[in-house]
Design a protein around this ligand. Structure first.
Ligand code: FRU
Length: 509
């Protein structure tokens, strides 16, 4: 493997981000969600535990708050909440492989202690019939020490010629690599199959460098959108779990929505065919801004997921004018119970809690109420609502947050329909894209528990212990910190609120 040589493009990106960083104050960044060092961020990449720290790379254009040929930004953390930026890890600088961008990928540690990144190189490949440039996507490697990564001289290591006949070589991306117990490697990738619908292909390797096609793990067959992006495949609580992000979806009830969505398939891998036998398929997050999940296996055995807290169809105009755009979700611990994926904020966030304020058995009926001490925009809020009278349940429970005289966001639950509606219609956005979403709460229970994690420009909602989740960006100024409650028909609510402090402040306590 050649020594690390910093290309002109990488050098330029590193110098640029280092210079620009001084113009972005910490105050304007989220408190504990990762945002890009400068410029644009999309998918999480290379999420891994390496050299005693969590590494989170991201799709990155340092030069503007819009997408352009992708670099990989890089940050590290001890607690998954407080992130320290490292120099840009990859730039699109390899003429044959990736001048069109270093697209999404993942990371694994090699037995000799080096960190292996696998990413999709996008390159020009002749012309389409209409004269436009044809793209080729293939999988490339870079090896490094946790800071500097040298692209492998043998790139690309997997190209489209190895795919099943009729599969697209243009849509072949987002490798998620892992090491098996026996020391061999597997990688799954997203691909557009011969039926013009997404398929997830798997390759295997003994050393991480030389790869053979292994089979098709899952096929969309026209069910959930068209192409599937960003696959992740892992075993959890006795089940095999596939996460993908479908493009161009059509809605199905309140389960899936138009555009870019996410999908969790729980099942069992058939040992003979290598195919995933599906038992259930659900949206991972029912909110508005959630895409491109990636997980890691933490040293303590937790399966932890992050996603891009954004959606391609609402990438303009949602946040205030800033020199950065895009955030990652809070890392979430995953589990499978009764064949169903559960998500819960990483337990590290409990270390940021302060100022507990607690109310029990607050009666609601017909008048909006605010509770002394229950407010905040960087907060962890636990809410449990139930009918005042089981025989005569409430029609509707509403909770407003990020609220001032003019603006608010809301969550509205109607037990008779079992629907929970998340809305930012009155959050101050002047753009006409999706501002509300509904989800069907499983079983339409009369009692509902909600956990809201608020961080300046976002809310992540966990329903009934994490059985469902819904995430959205909140564009309202953080000074709008009101929270209030309402019910039509008698309801009783318990509320517990903690403020969340900056991770650095928590560490100093
Ligand atoms: C998903 C995605 C990936 C691709 C990357 C490019 O959001 O489209 O499929 O690798 O973004 O930035």
């Amino acid at each position: 493997m050649a020594e690390f040589v910093e290309s002109a493009s990488l050098k330029e990106a590193r110098a640029y981000e280092e210079h620009m960083e001084q113009f972005i104050s910490n105050d304007e960044r989220p408190c504990f969600h990762l945002s890009p060092r400068v410029g644009w961020m999309n998918d999480p990449n290379g999420f891994s535990y390496y050299g005693g720290a969590y590494h989170l790379f991201y799709q990155y254009n340092p030069y503007a708050t819009e997408w352009a040929p992708m670099h990989w930004g890089h940050a590290v953390s001890q607690d998954l909440l407080s992130w320290e930026f490292l120099p840009c890890a990859l730039a699109p600088d390899a003429p044959y492989d990736d001048l069109g961008g270093c697209f999404s990928g993942s990371a694994v540690e090699l037995p000799d202690g080096r960190h292996l990144l696998m990413y999709t190189g996008v390159a020009a490949d002749g012309h389409n019939e209409d004269g436009s440039t044809k793209e080729r996507q293939s999988q490339c490697l870079a090896v490094g020490d946790g800071t500097n990564y040298q692209k492998y001289e043998g790139n690309p290591v997997i190209d489209g010629a190895t795919l099943p006949v009729g599969s697209s070589t243009v849509h072949f991306r987002d490798p998620k690599v892992w090491r098996e117990q026996d020391g061999s490697y597997r990688v799954v990738m997203a691909n557009l199959g011969p039926d013009n619908s997404g398929q997830i292909v798997q390759y295997r390797s003994d050393d991480g460098f030389s790869w053979q096609f292994d089979g098709v793990v899952a096929r969309n067959a026209g069910r959930y959108g068209i192409m599937w992006e960003c696959p992740d495949l892992f075993e959890l609580d006795g089940k095999d779990v596939l996460l993908v992000s479908p493009q161009d979806m059509l809605p199905q009830g309140h389960d899936f929505y138009s555009g870019n969505g996410t999908l969790c398939i729980v099942g069992a891998l058939d040992k003979a065919t290598g195919e995933l036998v599906e038992e259930s398929a659900v949206t991972i997050d029912h909110g508005i801004d959630f895409y491109a999940t990636q997980t890691l296996l933490a040293p303590d055995g937790r399966r932890i997921m992050v996603a891009w807290m954004q959606n391609w169809d609402s990438t303009t105009g949602i946040s205030p004018a800033q020199r950065w755009f895009g955030q990652m979700t809070l890392p979430r611990e995953l589990s499978v119970r009764d064949g169903h994926l559960y998500q819960w904020p990483v337990r590290e966030i409990e270390g940021l809690r302060t100022n507990e304020v607690c109310y029990q058995d607050v009666k609601l009926d017909g008048e909006p109420i605010a509770l002394e001490g229950i407010q905040g925009r960087v907060a962890d809020l636990l809410v449990h609502v139930r009918p005042a009278d089981e025989q005569n349940p409430y029609d509707e429970f509403v909770m407003w947050f990020a609220q001032d005289e003019r603006f608010h966001c809301s969550l509205r639950y109607r037990p008779a329909h079992g629907t929970l509606k998340m809305s930012r219609i009155h959050s101050g956005s002047r753009r006409a894209f999706v501002h509300h979403r509904k989800l069907d709460v499983e079983g339409a229970p009369l009692e509902l528990s909600l956990r809201l994690v608020l961080d300046k420009y976002s809310v992540e909602v966990f329903v009934n212990g994490g059985r469902q989740a819904a995430t959205m960006i909140v564009p309202t100024e953080p000074s709008a910190d009101g929270i209030s409650f309402f019910s039509r028909g008698g309801a009783v609510v318990d509320v517990k609120k903690y403020d969340l402090v900056e991770p650095a402040e928590a560490a100093a306590r």
